[in-house]
Write a protein that binds this ligand. Structure first.
Ligand code: PMP
Length: 299
């Protein structure tokens, strides 16, 4: 259940949680014509800090452009709104959800004469523990850049994720592992995948996976614990036969994968390198590692 906060920002105004409403003909409700981000803020010695905020806002504007949604605010204005919203809701460890969408004006598929809307929600950290995941390979193929806009975080794309997760949950698994139309492993329903084999960290180089910032962070920081990293096309067999595997993303952070289709990964426990990467990631996100302070925006 989502945790209620005091305020939500909609189209330039802070409104009370219960007043943040949309009309039933809202285009995005019918066709998934919305774009969104998930951003984390963490408590640090200097108060709350947002992790990789500029990157997330860059992707929000890129996604909106891809779908023809006009954001009537600058990135800097949105940044200030997010900081203010966290303060107004008394949040430090939080999850921030900007959402831009095609609004009112038409119920046809093409968003002709439809308003562009934007809202920002901030809720307390909603994932408490990083779970050890048991995955099922999905029979739903991950859309590639030939079926959707590459790198855009478009709400409609998540119907594919929901279907894959629903099938996995109905079979008693935690999450789905998605394969791309090229037959190579792509990612999870809302997270990127990494595997570790012989102390090398590898993530799929797939046009079917989102260019995640947690993924990017890990590719850059792994050398600090003497682990080489690379992007490579990965087969399902390679993933299943890795020493360690994990999902990563802003929401999921770093979650160890302990089995795929009931095939144990490594020794079936959270891996050692996965845990080291997780510690390093949290040190950075919580402002305890000066080397990467450029990724933090203090509230
Ligand atoms: N893939 C998908 C499909 C996602 O929705 C997300 C979450 N945004 C990710 C990967 C991870 O991206 P990030 O690390 O930027 O949150």
């Amino acid at each position: 259940m989502v945790q209620v906060t005091k305020f939500i920002w909609m189209n330039g105004k802070f409104v009370k949680w219960n007043d943040a409403k949309v009309h039933i003909t809202t285009h995005a409700l019918h066709y998934g014509s919305a774009v969104f981000e998930g951003i984390r803020s963490y408590n640090t010695d200097r108060g709350a800090a947002l992790f990789r905020l500029d990157d997330h806002l860059g992707r929000l504007f890129y996604s909106a452009k891809a779908l023809g949604i006009k954001i009537k605010f600058t990135e800097n204005e949105i940044k200030d709104v997010i900081k203010k919203l966290l303060k107004m809701n008394n949040l430090e460890n939080a999850y921030v959800r900007p959402l831009a969408y095609h609004g009112y004006g038409s119920i046809g598929v093409y968003p002709d004469n439809v308003t562009s809307e934007i809202a920002i929600i901030a809720v307390p950290d909603y994932i408490k523990d990083t779970k050890r995941l048991r995955l099922a390979t999905s029979s739903y193929v991950r859309p590639s850049d030939k079926s959707t806009a590459f790198g855009a975080k478009i709400s409609g794309n998540y119907a594919n994720s929901i279907l894959a997760m629903k099938a996995a949950r109905e079979k008693g698994y935690d999450e789905a592992l998605m394969v791309g139309s090229d037959g190579f492993v792509a990612e999870g329903p809302a997270e990127n995948l990494f595997v570790i084999k012989n102390k090398v960290l590898t993530t799929p180089s797939s046009r079917s996976a989102l260019y995640g910032f947690t993924r990017d962070t890990l590719l850059k920081i792994s050398k600090d614990i003497n682990i080489k990293s690379k992007e490579k096309r990965l087969t399902l067999n390679e993933v299943k036969n890795s020493d360690e595997a994990f999902f990563c993303g802003t929401g999921k952070e770093i979650s160890p994968i302990i089995s795929i289709d009931n095939h144990k990964i490594g020794n079936g426990k959270a891996g050692k390198i996965t845990s080291q990467l997780k510690d390093l990631y949290f040190d950075i996100a919580r402002g305890r590692n000066k080397k990467y302070s450029k990724w933090l925006t203090y509230v």
